[in-house]
Every structure is written in C-alpha cells, then in structure tokens.
Ligand binder design. Structure first.
Ligand code: LRH
Ligand code: MN
Ligand code: MN
Length: 427
C-alpha cells in the first residue's frame, strides 16, 4: 500500500475542505493567548514514540479479538507507525521489544524507518516470559533469581538488546522486570534487591556512553505479593546506585490506586532522575487503556508538573525525556486508538503550556488556594483542540487524523494486503 504517497496529497485535500471551520475555531481560541506562536512551536516539536506491541489487538488473558490487517513483521510495524506519523506528525519514533521484534537486516530496517521519518526510541528487554529454546526459566524471576546462571542469562539478554539498539541508532534501554514473589516468605527482599542491583550494574557497564537506562517500576502483576522494582522509591534507589546514565521510568498504569503520580513526577524531576514515560490510562490496574480516556485531569496535572519542572531545570521538552505510549487493547482499531492517545497527550501538554505560571506561583506563595485551583482549571477547561490541530497542520499532518484515516479506508486496505486473520507479533 502506497500510504506515504497517497497521504501527502490526500492530507492537503482533506485539510482544505476542513480549513474554514478550523480557522474559525482557532481564531476564537487564540484571541486570548498571547504566547500562541511559542506554544505552537512546542507542540510541533513534541514527539511521542509508539510501542511496536500496540499495533495489534492486545487482548486479555481471557481472549483476543483481532481486527485484521495487523502487522505481521517488523517491517509492517514500521509501516504502521509511519502511517500514524504521516497523519499526525507527532509519532516520529518506534520503540521495539526484543525478542518480539528482532531485526534481521539492520541496514534495511534503518532505511525503512528513515523513509517514514521515524527514529528508534528506547529498546525494551524481556525477561518476563520464557522463550522457546531458552536454556533456563524465569518462573522465579530473572535478575533477582537465586541462581547466578539465570541472572547471567537475563543480563546477557539485556546486553544483546543494547547491541540491537546500537545498530538501529536507539539511545536507551528500558528494563521492566516482573521479578517479585507471589506469597509471603517466598523471597528474601534484601537479597532480591541486591541481586537485581548487581545484575543491573552488569547491564549498566555495557551501556554506551551516550545511552540511558530506564528502570521501569510496577506495583503488582504478574507477581501479587511483592515486586522487586515495585514503586518509584525502589526504582529511584536502583537508578541512584547505578549512576548518572540511569533514570526512573514512569508508566502511568503501574501505581497503586489513587497514587499521586504528579507529585512523583515533580520530585523525580527535581532530583534529575526522571527518564521517561509510558502513557496509558486505567481504572483498576495496569489496564493499558487509551491515554486520557479515564482520567484526563490527572494527565493534565502530570503535564503541569512536567512543564513546571522541566522549565525550572531548563530541560528541553522534546529531547530530554523519553515520551512513549504503552497501551494495548482488545476492542478498538489499534491505529485509531494510538491516534487518540497521541491526541490526548498533546491536549494535556497544550493545556499545561497554557497555565499562567506567574499567577499560580503568586497564589501559592500567598496561600490563595481557591485562586490556585482556578488557574489550573482555567487551563484544563480550555478546549485546545484547534491549537493542537493547527500545530499538526503546520507540520504537514491532518487536521483530523481519525476522520481522514476512516475516509481513506486505511484499515480495509490493510486487511486486503495482510489478511483478516492476522496475528501481530508481540503481546
Ligand atoms: C509491563 C509493561 C512494560 C512492558 C510492557 C509490555 O506491564 O508496562 O513496559 O515492557 O508492559
Ligand atoms: Mn510499560
Ligand atoms: Mn504495564
């Protein structure tokens, strides 16, 4: 499918017919925003990486309902992300999971990604599943394992992932460990921590100087009594002990209920240890639902702290943190879902950029609680969608990516090309 070629012209054609309405809404909105051009520039530059494993229907452990036309290879996954990026110009990177996405020919894969304007974001290792032909099992953990040989296998796998990443031009490794225990008494917490630290140290040694390692935490699942990297405190401890190239990664779905994620973000930023994000949303656990679909105010509050903290430390919003979606679902077209997630993230970011920081700071210093709330909610309740659409248009994307995706019958085309009973590689 010649998606790339069709789109440039189709996008322009689509934008033209939608432009009058869009311009009317935009003018109404920006009348009151004095740093409108500055915000627009930031929105144009902002990029969110797409996880390779979100391009097919994820399913649950009870079942999977594939929608058809799912990518059957790494090449097709790259094509799908290329398609998203052509539509919204904000999805300019793909994040790979090894061994789900082992590249066979680095040069070809790199060239293909470049053709779509895509970079390779963080590489993800996998020691939470046993692979066919794997010598030793991770049933009782990987980096925490009581057996040094199992730990070494996990370390070697991570080093292997770094090697793949170097060939592709990635600059970071995300390590999520499912290690932990299911029952009290199963594990010596201290030994598990120390073994995990030692294993991570070996991986850290293998990091190229310009790479980062992200230590992703998660409160529970698949272990239901303890997790060895269970919260931001534990991740922060590992990252601090490892060194300057190690950071904490926050996955929004990995907290205990009602955790104040925005406060976690603020403090990690303060300590220079916030490395990146996995965006998704949830109501109950690690639900991996579309970003902003359940708690959009929380997403805004997180971005509010991100913008505040990054500006305080003079960090580059686009380059200094790793932004990624980590979602997987059962009932929507995965590409439409990802377009929705990116849109929700851009909206929260735009709203955070609208916050009157000087006024908020003054209200905080004066203990004017009601005023502080008014300021935050004024930004949150602003419909910034025309602003986000304008940024997309200026970057060459579609004013309404999902509407265009549907009118081009992209999914039907993909089904024609790939078949209706496809099984995406990965989750
Ligand atoms: C674990 C997780 C982690 C994995 C991905 C598939 O729940 O969030 O990031 O790599 O899901
Ligand atoms: Mn994650
Ligand atoms: Mn998760």
């Amino acid at each position: 499918m010649k998606i790339m070629n069709i789109e440039k012209y189709k996008i322009e054609e689509y934008n033209q017919q939608a432009d009058a309405k869009h311009t009317r809404k935009l003018e109404g909105l920006v009348e009151d925003i004095n740093n409108y051009q500055e915000i627009l520039k930031k929105l144009i530059n902002f990029q969110i990486a797409i996880p390779s494993w979100a391009l097919g229907s994820g399913g649950t452990r009870f079942g999977r309902f594939p929608g058809g036309g799912e990518p059957r290879s790494l090449e097709e996954k790259i094509a799908d992300v290329g398609l998203l990026h052509a539509l919204n110009r904000s999805s300019g990177a793909i994040s790979l999971h090894i061994p789900w996405d082992i590249p066979e020919n680095y040069q070809e894969i790199r060239a293909l990604a470049a053709q779509y304007g895509l970079a390779f974001d963080a590489m993800n290792s996998n020691t939470f599943q046993d692979q066919p032909n794997q010598a030793l099992s991770y049933k009782f953990g990987s980096m925490q394992h009581v057996d040094r040989v199992v730990r070494k296998q996990a370390v070697d796998h991570n080093i292997e992932v770094i090697k793949h990443g170097i060939e592709l031009g990635s600059k970071s490794l995300t390590v999520w460990l499912s290690d932990g225990s299911c029952f009290p008494g199963q594990l010596n917490f201290r030994k598990a921590f120390q073994r995990t630290l030692e294993s991570l140290q070996e991986v850290y040694e293998a990091l190229p100087a310009d790479w980062k390692i992200f230590v992703e935490y998660k409160a529970f699942e698949p272990n239901f009594y303890s997790t060895t990297v269970g919260d931001w405190g534990q991740s922060f401890l590992y990252a601090s002990k490892l060194g300057a190239q190690a950071y904490t990664l926050v996955d929004l779905g990995h907290h205990l209920p009602n955790a104040n994620i925005e406060q976690i973000v603020s403090l990690l930023l303060m300590e220079g240890k916030l490395g990146g994000f996995h965006f998704n949303d949830s109501k109950y656990g690690d639900d991996d639902l579309t970003a902003g679909s359940i708690k959009p105010y929380q997403l805004f509050l997180i971005f509010n702290e991100l913008v505040e903290g990054m500006d305080a430390r003079q960090l580059d919003h686009t380059k200094d943190l790793g932004w990624m979606i980590d979602a997987s679902h059962n009932v929507k077209d995965p590409l439409e879902d990802l377009l929705q997630s990116v849109e929700a993230i851009m909206i929260a970011y735009a709203q955070a950029l609208l916050v009157d920081r000087t006024a908020l700071n003054a209200a905080q210093e004066e203990n004017d609680v009601a005023k502080a709330q008014e300021i935050l909610q004024a930004a949150f309740r602003t419909d910034v969608r025309p602003l986000v659409a304008e940024a997309r248009k200026r970057a060459g994307g579609a004013l309404d990516p999902i509407a265009l995706y549907r009118s081009l019958n992209v999914r039907q085309e993909l089904i024609k090309e790939r078949g209706s009973k496809t099984v995406a590689t990965g989750l």
